[in-house]
Write a protein that binds this ligand. Structure first.
Ligand code: GTP
Ligand code: MG
Length: 315
């Protein structure tokens, strides 16, 4: 073996492939494929790495590999956040206490579908007396096109039925603070023992107990990511003409395209969605919600266009 080959072999020996399993701000934790061992590696605060990223580690240098998929949201100030990488499913956790902000579930379903991920709706805290009415409302709106599970992290109701669906998938829990994401993970895998936090007594809101996203292997196969709660699930990079396709409640329209490819389903002729609405096959409530999200996306597109124009003018 000549010197170059020997050096290359040495180099490759200290290169290891792995998965980013926790993001700690200025450091990340990587789990190596070959040994299963974990190592903390320092990174810049805004490195852009997220839990689920595939990485190559060369001594203390971290090289991120191309992502197969990612889930992104936009916060109230218009900043985009990648929440997880190389995912298969997004488990949207909701509860009757604290209730998610209006539109949260719809936006989460749309963001998941737009990223080619399977949305799963989890209605946690079914042991609470006021859960029944909430479950009924969510079932009416989402059950069918979106897989929906009613469960309780406290009593364990419905948890096995849900976890039977996770094998072989990498899923992420998303939801507002206090809905019970970490409690559910603890129920699924008691050994993980994540910190959970009681709701504020008077306002019945969560306390942002989880501050770091972490990826966990499940006994029955599959992986689950616990993430910190957040309330703004702004949609990022979804063209207005794609919105209806991802919108929960419009699935009936998928088989019959509208007359115009760029139809926004307001008053265009030959529109499948308004026709289904007229025949009562799409509910007024779903249509109204669609229009409000459409309006929001249009305003965002206009703002981005305006900013681009200004940038070009300044150059
Ligand atoms: N009654 C009832 N309470 C629950 C259930 N699941 C979680 N809780 C309670 O809800 C509170 C919040 O739970 P967490 O698991 O910390 O919620 P989280 O969604 O992880 O919150 P963040 O980490 O802040 O995003 C805790 O007091 C839990 O005991 C449930 O199924 N039923
Ligand atoms: Mg938590």
């Amino acid at each position: 073996m000549d010197d170059t080959n020997r050096n290359n072999r040495k180099k490759n020996a200290c290169r290891q492939e792995g998965t980013l399993v926790a993001h700690l701000g200025v450091a990340v934790e990587v789990r190596f494929d070959a040994t299963g061992e974990k190592k903390i590696i320092r990174v810049k605060r805004n490195s852009g790495h997220v839990v689920g990223d595939r990485v190559t580690v060369d001594s203390d240098l971290l090289i991120r590999q191309k992502r197969k998929s990612q889930l992104t949201r936009m916060d109230a100030r218009g900043k985009k956040h990648c929440i997880g990488a190389n995912l298969d499913a997004v488990c949207i956790v909701a509860a009757c206490e604290p209730l998610p902000p209006p539109g949260f579930i719809d936006r989460a379903v749309i963001a998941a579908r737009a990223a080619h991920l399977r949305p799963i709706l989890l209605v946690n805290k079914c042991d609470l007396p006021n859960s029944k009415q909430y479950e009924k409302e969510l079932k009416k709106t989402y059950a069918g096109p979106v897989s929906l599970f009613i469960l309780s992290a406290i009593t364990g109701t419905g948890v096995d039925r849900f976890t039977a669906n996770l094998s072989g998938l990498r899923s992420i829990f998303v939801g507002p603070t206090g809905v019970g994401k970490s409690s559910l993970l603890n129920r699924i895998c008691p050994a993980i023992n994540l910190q959970t936090g009681a709701l504020h007594e008077s306002r019945k809101r969560g306390r942002h107990t989880t501050t770091v996203s972490t990826l966990h292997r499940l006994k029955g196969g599959g992986e689950l990511i616990d993430s910190p709660g957040f309330i703004d699930f702004g949609l990022a990079d979804i063209p207005v003409t794609d919105l209806a396709f991802h919108f929960p409640g419009f699935e009936r329209s998928h088989d019959t395209p509208c007359q115009f490819r760029n139809c926004l389903h307001r008053s265009e002729p030959g529109c499948t969605i308004t026709s289904l609405l007229d025949r009562g096959r799409i509910s007024q409530e779903r249509y109204k919600t669609y229009l409000s999200i459409l309006h929001e996306l249009e305003s965002l597109e206009n703002e981005l266009r305006y900013r681009e124009k200004n940038k070009r003018r300044k150059k």
